[in-house]
Design a protein around this ligand. Structure first.
Ligand SMILES: NC(=O)c1ccc[n+]([C@@H]2O[C@H](COP(=O)([O-])OP(=O)(O)OC[C@H]3O[C@@H](n4cnc5c(N)ncnc54)[C@H](O)[C@@H]3O)[C@@H](O)[C@H]2O)c1
Length: 347
């Protein structure tokens, strides 16, 4: 067992600065961030100065060859997740890769195979699993309060929330739009709470109605002229056990609420909304709604990084597995494929 985890960061952008670096730092003595790499070397240098990181590189391969690391966070645009993750695993590091796992199914499968082959841990930044609402509801579900959960609605919908920074509207670098960026979080949360049933059929639609024209931007102004992703995606996913998910996700849509992230579950003993957490049941001839009077306050990201660090130090597997990453990638790909062909996709 390693005593102090030596961590490297690949990609010195927003999520590295806002989430990975500060939360590794919160782990105190158990972790040291020793190196950071970015294709734009000045960005790596800048964070190295700001956060007292000993080594910075313009090429992550050089970082992996030069510095002895136990674990790596992959914080690049989605296009580079697979190559950076595989290189880090091959170099003997455990990997926490940002979501989505990758852009293609083949990449996610290669990442999972490499983790298996090298015996290193691979997990993903699917931080909503650590939200107190999700952790609490999982206990209720495992305790049988919802009975057989056979249907779910997955929503990640913003009224005018096209990100005005980064590369979120660039299909080549990200692989897609709201589906792959925010929809993936709620889809993963739904699958996790339903115990990852095996997918059978996917019917999807995508739209590009608002993103390619100038308009109100509640998350900054985006480059509408080069907007190459969908602004909305919808899908029906059916599973082999008969259960199903209806998914709706958008960066921009003409709806009332500005930002909805939610999963609704329906079981034969009860249903639930996750955000905010409320359970719906029929008991003693009465329809009742139950909501928690108290939930722990620790942040999702903090718990995600804490679990990754603990896993690296103890060998205990994180809750998000490489195989689940493959399932997510298959579903995302099938939704895009179905939208393109107009046909349901059998998995
Ligand atoms: N978990 C979440 O809620 C959440 C939130 C935001 C972003 N993300 C994910 O984090 C990732 C990065 O997003 P971001 O907002 O930090 O983007 P960003 O554009 O701010 O940063 C990405 C950085 O990676 C660098 N980079 C690009 N190619 C590289 C390569 N081959 N090697 C090394 N560095 C490279 C870029 O120069 C840039 O500095 C994306 O996958 C995104 O989906 C997750």
């Amino acid at each position: 067992m390693t005593e102090k985890l030596k961590v490297g960061i690949i990609g010195a952008g927003g999520i590295a600065k806002g989430v990975h670096i500060p939360n590794y730092m919160k782990c105190g003595d158990r972790v040291e961030i020793v190196a950071i790499a970015d294709v734009i070397k000045e960005k790596a240098d800048h964070y190295a100065d700001e956060f007292s990181i000993a080594h910075s590189f313009g090429d992550y391969e050089e970082m992996l060859q030069t510095v002895e690391l136990d674990a790596v966070s992959v914080c690049t645009p989605n296009k580079f997740h697979a190559e950076a993750t595989i290189a880090a695993l091959e170099a003997g590091c455990h990997v926490l890769c940002e979501k989505p796992p990758a852009i293609t199914v083949a990449e996610a499968e290669d990442m999972a195979k490499t983790a298996e082959k090298t015996g290193k841990l691979l997990t993903y930044g699917l931080h909503y699993r650590y939200a107190p609402e999700v952790v609490t509801l999982k206990r209720f579900i495992d305790g049988g309060e919802l009975g057989d959960v056979y249907a779910s609605r997955v929503n990640a919908i913003r009224r005018r929330g096209i990100p005005g920074w980064g590369v979120f509207t660039n299909k080549e670098l990200q692989g897609g739009g709201p589906l792959i960026d925010i929809g993936v979080h709620m889809l993963d949360t739904g699958l996790y709470l339903m115990d990852f049933p095996e997918p059978e059929t996917v019917l999807g639609s995508v739209y590009q109605k608002l993103g390619k024209r100038k308009g109100v931007g509640l998350m900054g102004s985006w480059d509408y002229e080069n907007f190459s992703i969908e602004d909305m995606a919808r899908a029906m996913i059916q599973f082999k056990d008969g259960s199903s998910i209806m998914l709706e996700t958008a960066f921009a849509a003409n709806v009332e609420k500005h930002d909805v992230m939610n999963v609704s579950l329906m079981g034969d003993e009860g249903g639930a909304d996750v955000f905010p957490l409320k359970i719906f049941q029929e008991k003693h001839d009465t329809l009742i709604d139950t909501s928690p009077a108290y939930l722990p306050k620790k942040g999702n990201h903090e718990l995600l990084i804490e679990e990754f660090v603990n896993s690296c130090l103890t060998g205990k597997k994180p809750i998000t597995t490489p195989d689940q990453g493959v399932v997510l990638q298959k579903l995302i790909t099938a939704i895009y494929q179905s939208a393109e062909t107009g046909e349901a996709v059998k998995l």
